[in-house]
Design a protein around this ligand. Structure first.
Ligand code: EPU
Length: 356
């Protein structure tokens, strides 16, 4: 097992923030992870699990041992009457996996095409887009306890999925959505994830951007491939490609408010974009709130607010030469945005990525 020292993390985070890991181990298999845990020097030290680096902001060098997950593999593992059960290694690139499932004839993930990151990070964040969340297609996952080396399996209920949330984002005894759980943050290394892809596939529509594509193509019954292509086109048009402009996708979660709070905001700002949830609460579009405070295109140092989508913060100076925004600049910008949205709407936006 090779542990590399003083490793540049800029190529391993989609924000392209300059930071270094004091030490980094590449985990290509379950055996690699076991070997690391048995190592007298590295077995017991604090660890940080890094997937595709698409949901993390480094604000300095990383002291815990970074585990860079590179576990590959994708296959159909079983079938039930209702679903194909497809498994992927945690280190598979999410979008490539989505494309592969479609090519194999197992649709169901197409609305989540082009989300950056890896398969292993997808349950941590309960990723979602255009009306489908990971939890809607999740079957189970295998993970390793980073203290004991024991491998365990979790079903959806045990993952305690919430909006961009799961048991993997919390430590200690914690409330995740409706559940009281023991958090698994920095405790579990996700090895493999299984998805239940419905044999009776039905399109998930109803998003304005997708409806527009349907109308343009005079299409009423889209195929999974058409939805995949539309989602890719929509995302490419309004979200920056991390390979070109460093970013971590949506920087803030869409906040949920009570009907009373929403009525109060509408009274002041009738155009506020909001959606009614099934539990009576109301979700506000954080992008709209930020946009209406005038943030689009603004910058702090080399950290900026993306011109086409105010919910996305970008690294204006990213490159492979070590230049670009620091994590400190990104967080200064994020805090300034939080303050102005709070002052105008009384809502504290919550960052979506992990700030390390
Ligand atoms: N809006 C503005 N100005 C902006 C940005 C958005 O007015 O600068 C308005 C839009 O016009 C729209 C509304 O806000 O009416 C919502 O915008 P959009 O449809 O782009 O979706 P979002 O709420 O900003 C969420 C997810 C995205 C996901 C899209 C599509 C979160 C935090 N973000 O964004 O996920 O792709 O819906 O489902 O839930 C991600 O998590 O990284 C991500 C990109």
């Amino acid at each position: 097992m090779l542990v590399e020292k003083n490793v540049a993390l800029q190529p391993f985070n989609t924000f392209h923030i300059v930071a270094r890991a004091h030490a980094l181990a590449r985990i290509g298999s379950e055996a690699d992870a076991l070997e690391l845990l048995a190592d007298p020097e590295w077995g017991a030290v604090p660890k940080f699990v890094l997937g595709g680096g698409s949901n993390v902001v480094f604000t300095g060098d990383v002291k815990p041992l970074v585990l860079k997950v590179e576990i590959k593999g994708r296959s159909l593992v079983s079938e039930t009457a209702k679903a194909f059960i497809v498994e992927a290694g945690a280190g598979e690139v999410w979008h490539d996996f989505v494309a592969w499932t479609l090519a194999q004839g197992y649709p169901g993930l197409e609305n989540m095409a082009l989300i950056p990151g890896t398969v292993g990070a997808s349950p941590v964040q309960n990723i979602g887009a255009y009306g489908v969340e990971l939890q809607d297609r999740f079957e189970s996952l295998d993970a390793m306890d980073l203290r004991s080396g024991q491998v365990f399996t979790l079903n959806a209920a045990q993952c305690a999925f919430g909006y961009r949330d799961s048991v993997f984002k919390h430590g200690g005894k914690t409330q995740v959505g409706a559940h009281q759980v023991m958090g698994l943050k920095d405790r579990a290394l996700i090895l493999r994830v299984r998805f239940a892809l419905p044999k009776a596939w039905k399109s998930v529509l109803g998003y304005a951007d997708i409806d527009k594509k349907m109308a343009e193509g005079a299409c009423t019954q889209p195929t999974p491939q058409q939805i995949f292509d539309w989602v890719c086109a929509i995302r490419r048009a309004k979200l920056p490609d991390p390979a070109v402009i460093g970013n971590a996708g949506s920087f803030f979660k869409n906040p949920t408010v009570s009907p009373e709070q929403c009525a109060d905001i509408i009274a002041r700002d009738p155009k506020v974009v909001h959606y009614h949830l099934s539990d009576g609460a109301i979700k506000l579009a954080a992008g709209w709130l930020i946009d209406s405070c005038g943030w689009k295109g603004k910058s702090v140092g080399q950290a900026g607010v993306y011109e086409k989508q105010a919910l996305v913060l970008v690294n204006r100076g990213a490159g492979s030469d070590g230049n670009g925004a620091t994590g400190g600049e990104v967080m200064t910008l994020a805090k300034a945005i939080q303050t102005s949205v709070y002052e105008r709407f009384g809502i504290l936006l919550e960052p979506e990525p992990l700030v390390l």
